[in-house]
Design a protein around this ligand. Structure first.
Ligand SMILES: Cc1cc2nc3c(=O)[nH]c(=O)nc-3n(C[C@H](O)[C@H](O)[C@H](O)COP(=O)(O)O)c2cc1C
Length: 268
């Protein structure tokens, strides 16, 4: 493999989320390069836009929804149906489809742009971490960033030059054979699931991941009998998904407030 190609793999395989950044500005030139690489991602219908800000007041405001205080640039990846609808109008077409599918295309487009952005940022010596709670806060974000109807913030991203004081390690993943299947879907046996769990739990425990961050999610119901010597990724993600605060911010209602409509109900 050429050195150049090896570098692409190194960037992808060594990337890890960074949450602490140096007080070093990101120049316009660097930002533009990253954004250009981002939008060169494959697209279904160019349904992604980005808002980026260096405004410290806005970044401070976003700390309420997870932004890290040392973030130099904060990006919002938007699913943007508004722009394409203006183009369609110019072409004499009106949009009367159900939004579920265009939303889906928007998620696909925005995800690919977002991944290109983080890899381009890595290549230029920057680090980043996504902010996943963003969609639940679409309403206040719309206010803060003038986001109109038919545009929806899918995910956020904190960017900056990584602080070398932050000790990060490459986080484990499921073993490949349990994620990539040849020819047909592989429905996991109990034994497979235990292997997946072992790989993830032992990997995170070996890095003391949760104890270092005091990141245990408190158990809402019942007595918590798990301590940090066994609390690991499988327990963490289960608690996050099954007792997360999502119910407080139902996503469909938030999408509807932002002007998205879901008219076609599945046939019974
Ligand atoms: C869509 C998405 C949302 C995320 N949201 C957050 C977040 O709100 N806060 C955070 O600290 N990390 C967040 N992350 C980072 C993940 O925790 C991280 O990618 C995962 O633990 C794997 O670690 P790695 O990126 O270092 O490989 C998010 C990642 C993704 C892809």
């Amino acid at each position: 493999m050429s050195n150049q190609n090896q570098r692409v793999f190194d960037i992808m395989l060594n990337r890890r989320s960074m949450r602490q950044f140096l007080d070093k500005p990101i120049s316009d030139e660097v930002l533009e390069k990253i954004l250009k690489a981002g939008f060169q991602a494959p697209f279904a219908a160019q349904l992604c836009s980005i808002i980026y800000t260096r405004d410290s007041e806005k970044i401070t405001e976003l700390q309420k929804i997870g932004a890290y205080p040392t973030t130099q640039v904060l990006m919002l990846f938007l699913i943007d149906l508004r722009r394409i609808e203006k183009i369609m109008t110019k072409r004499g077409h009106s949009y009367d489809a159900d939004d579920a599918f265009t939303l889906w295309l928007g998620v696909q487009d925005a995800s690919l742009v977002a991944e290109n952005v983080i890899l381009a940022a890595e290549a230029l010596g920057l680090g980043s971490v996504f902010l996943g709670a963003i969609p639940h806060f679409a309403e206040p974000l719309a206010e803060l960033f003038n986001i109109p109807d038919r545009v929806f913030p899918m995910v956020g991203l904190c960017l900056g030059y990584p602080d070398p004081a932050e000790h990060t390690e490459i986080r484990p993943r499921y073993p490949l054979e349990f994620s990539a299947y040849k020819d047909v879907y592989h429905d996991h046996s109990d034994e497979d699931i235990l292997s997946c769990m072992k790989a993830m739990d032992e990997g995170y425990l070996a890095q003391n991941y949760y104890i270092k961050r005091s990141a245990k999610i408190p158990l809402r119901k019942g007595k918590d009998t798990i301590d940090y010597d066994t609390y690991s990724w499988c327990e963490h993600i289960s608690r996050k998904l099954c007792q997360g605060g999502w119910a407080k911010h139902p996503l469909l209602a938030t999408l509807e407030k932002q002007g998205f409509t879901f008219k076609i109900k599945p046939k019974k």
